[in-house]
Design a protein around this ligand. Structure first.
Ligand code: GDP
Ligand code: K
Ligand code: MG
Length: 271
């Protein structure tokens, strides 16, 4: 029968391992990623053993600076798992979302698991409008507490459902000028890369990511891409990688303004 793979990805200490243990129980396979001493853990979903759960190393970014980043991005792009469960420390939602956007950019369907909801509730610093967040990002968002085992069945059901239904691939849409540069680069890589990952490659080429040297672009294609990037850098008066970083931060700021309600001011006025 068909096998499915779900990748657990998130920042370090977001609760991935705690969730992994809940989802897989004792059926775990532990080894190392090839060539590095980074632990590799996989297991089968307890309620649906056709689904393999792959715990990815904790990381903050999908650049190619650390083994953890390279393992994570290579797995998502080369293995094309059916879905990502992005484990988010909801007490630190803004920083965690920066990684979520990058995960969305890979073209792999994603579920956001907002973890540590018990702490968010206890700390009373802010409230998160989960429905709105899900609506704005156009991806499923499920609040859980891995430590308190809250909502884990609901998350499991969503994973199983998503295996069977073709999910829409949603990605954050940035500034129009940046989007037009990205779609022109996508035109150049069409046919060279899997269609669902073409935006990923366009963004990485735009960032002048070193790993992209392995793409078999013709000289003419590379020249065209260099032109597109230079034009954008003049338009934005910034380096191409900073253009992307800023686009992500602006996007998150808009989302935060719409979905996160600060409650600290309110409680101060009560004291
Ligand atoms: P990983 O680095 O992403 O694998 O995170 P871990 O699973 O090792 O969790 C990091 C820490 O957060 C541990 O001390 C966990 O017990 C704790 N933790 C995980 N999930 C929750 C949660 O839902 N609520 C609370 N309060 N703590 C959690
Ligand atoms: K840890
Ligand atoms: Mg871990």
């Amino acid at each position: 029968s068909k096998q499915y793979t779900v990748a657990l990805a998130g920042n370090p200490n977001s609760g991935k391992t705690t969730l992994f243990n809940l989802l897989t129980g004792s059926h775990q396979h532990i080894g190392n990623w090839p060539g590095v001493t980074v632990e590799k853990k996989s297991g089968r979903l307890k309620q649906h053993t056709e689904t393999i759960v792959q715990d990815l190393p904790g990381t903050y970014s999908l650049s190619a600076y650390s083994p953890e980043e390279i393992i994570t991005r290579d797995f998502l792009i080369d293995e094309s798992p059916e879905q990502i469960v992005n484990v988010i420390d909801a007490t630190n939602i803004e920083r965690n979302l920066y990684f979520s956007l990058q995960l969305m950019e890979t073209g792999v369907p994603i579920i956001l698991a907002l973890n540590m909801l018990d702490l968010v509730t206890k700390q009373k610093k802010y409230r998160i409008d989960i429905k709105k967040l899900s609506y704005l990002l156009n991806v499923p968002v499920i609040s859980i507490s891995a430590l308190k085992k809250q909502n884990i069945n609901y998350l499991t059901k969503q994973i199983i459902t998503n295996n069977e239904t073709k999910q829409i691939y949603s990605y954050p849409v940035y500034d129009k000028r940046l989007e037009s540069a990205l779609s022109m680069i996508e035109e150049q890589v069409k046919g060279l890369v899997k269609e669902n990952h073409s935006r990923w490659y366009a963004i990485k080429l735009f960032e002048r990511d070193e790993e992209m040297n392995n793409l078999n672009l013709t000289e003419a294609q590379q020249d065209e891409i260099d032109n597109i990037i230079s034009t954008a850098e003049i338009l934005f008066n910034d380096d191409s990688d900073s253009i992307i970083v800023n686009a992500r931060y602006e996007y998150i700021e808009r989302i935060m303004n719409m979905c996160v309600v600060q409650t600290s001011n309110f409680s101060m006025s009560m004291s």
